[in-house]
Every structure is written in C-alpha cells, then in structure tokens.
Design a protein around this ligand. Structure first.
Ligand code: PEP
Length: 254
C-alpha cells in the first residue's frame, strides 16, 4: 500500500515567536512545490498560532509537541486538545522520549493523551523507542511491544486511522548517532507486524511509521529507501530552514 511520506520537524524549546515565523516562512516558501510529502512543523505552544498563520495555504502544516489528557480543568501550565486545535495544530507529538525521561510520562499517560488528542480532533504522533541499555540487553522488541500495547490499549482499528507512529531509539536522539539501515528496517518491520497482531492487517498497512534520531540531509535518502519507513521525525536538523528543506526534498526517485 502507498502511504504519503511525512517529514515532521520538532523544534522543542528552541526559537522565539519571530524566529519561528521566520524559519517557517522560509521552509514553506522553499517547499511550495512539494505535493508528495506531508510536511509538519511543531513549534513551541506560544508560536503555534503565528506559525499556523505563516504556513496557511502552503504544503506545510502545524503540530504541537505535547498536550494534557484532560479536556479542561485546574491544571496550571497545561494545554488541552481544544486549545491546540484553536491555535491551528493538526498533529500532536505524544510520548516523546524527552517527555518520558524528564517529565516522567508513563505509557498509561501516553494512552490517555492519545485518547484526548483523538477526541479533540488532533492526529497523534506516538513516539516509542528503546534506550541504549535496553538495546544492549536485547530488550528492544520487548520495550517497543510494551510501549505500543500499553500506549494504544483499548482502541479499535477504526479509531486509529490517523495515528502516526515514530520509532525513535533514545540513543540516537540528538547524539548524531543514527540507527543503521539494518536496525531501522528490522524494527519497522517488527512494528508493522505488531500493529497487525494488535489491530488489523489494514490498519498496519495504513499507518505511517516514521524514523527519528539524528536524521540529516546526509542520511535521509538511505532511510527513505527502507520499505517500512514512511518518513522522519527530525529534531536538530529541522531548526535550520535550508537543512530541513533538503530533508523534505529527499530523493524519492530511488
Ligand atoms: C527528536 O527529538 O525527535 C529527534 C529525532 O531529534 P534529533 O533529530 O535531533 O536526533
């Protein structure tokens, strides 16, 4: 099955509003002719409406980096799905390893966030991935299995049509050390079979599975050639408009 590739930029806690607008304007101008790749930028919350206005009517869409699992309430400092939609977000990144590591997000919280995103009309990008220790211990598949089954517990295939899965080995994030093509291929194949087992063949074929972890212009072509890789979630290399544009315009003739 043909899945539309997606290249998503996670800007983390970088860029003020004006800086975000500037980079988003450059990326959307450089990519105005791109029709075969879904391009997404996830700026900081405060920049969401600004970036959404900047990329309006271009091939670029906007996502958030997190959300709260309640629809509203006394949760100081948090943000809801409705607020993100009103700010112009279409996607939301959920369960990024930095959220799991520094903000103690569990698979149970991730599951509640997926539910909040879907009820609010946001498309979730569920991030999963093993640490270096887990890989060294031979626990990669076990870790991913738990993150997928617990993170998506209770959903039926019909609810998950818009889900995007992002495999991000923790040891490859921000380290410059990308997973090898063989490691990525093995995991993406495994994830597709896991989705089939847990949900259905059709859903497993429909869901986009992105790779994330030190993606750059130099390795995107090799990654995109792997059968079960449907795109990339890019951190550091998405901050610079030229570099990000090179990734978005990967060589898809191969
Ligand atoms: C990320 O944070 O999702 C990520 C993949 O970062 P980087 O590309 O910088 O490794």
């Amino acid at each position: 099955m043909k899945r539309m590739p997606m290249i998503a930029g996670n800007w983390k806690m970088f860029k003020t509003g004006p800086q975000a607008v500037d980079t988003a304007a450059q990326v959307s101008a450089a990519c105005r002719d791109v029709t075969d790749v879904q391009i997404m930028i996830a700026p900081a919350f405060v920049s969401l409406p600004l970036v959404a206005a900047t990329v309006k009517d271009t091939p670029v869409c906007v996502g958030a980096q997190n959300l709260h699992f309640e629809a509203q309430g006394a949760f100081t400092g948090e943000i809801s799905a409705d607020m993100l939609i009103a700010a112009g977000a279409e996607y939301v990144i959920i369960g990024h390893s930095e959220r799991r590591q520094y903000f103690f997000e569990t698979d149970e919280m991730v599951c509640r966030k997926i539910s909040a995103a879907l009820s609010g009309g946001l498309k979730p990008i569920l991030c999963i991935g093993e640490t270096e220790t887990q890989r060294d211990r031979g626990e990669t598949f076990l870790t991913l299995d738990k993150q997928v089954s617990d993170g998506l517990q209770g959903f039926g295939p019909e609810e998950l049509q818009d889900l995007v899965l992002a495999y991000e080995p923790v040891w490859a994030i921000g380290t410059g050390k990308s997973a090898s093509a063989q490691q990525v291929e093995e995991v993406h194949q495994y994830l597709r079979s896991l989705l089939e087992k847990q949900f259905s063949f059709d859903l497993a074929q429909a869901i986009r599975v992105l790779y994330g972890g030190s993606v750059k212009p130099e390795n995107i072509n090799e990654l995109m050639r792997i059968t079960d890789v449907d795109g990339a979630l890019v951190g550091g290399a998405s901050l610079d408009a030229d570099t990000f544009t090179k990734i978005i315009k990967f060589d898809n003739t191969l």
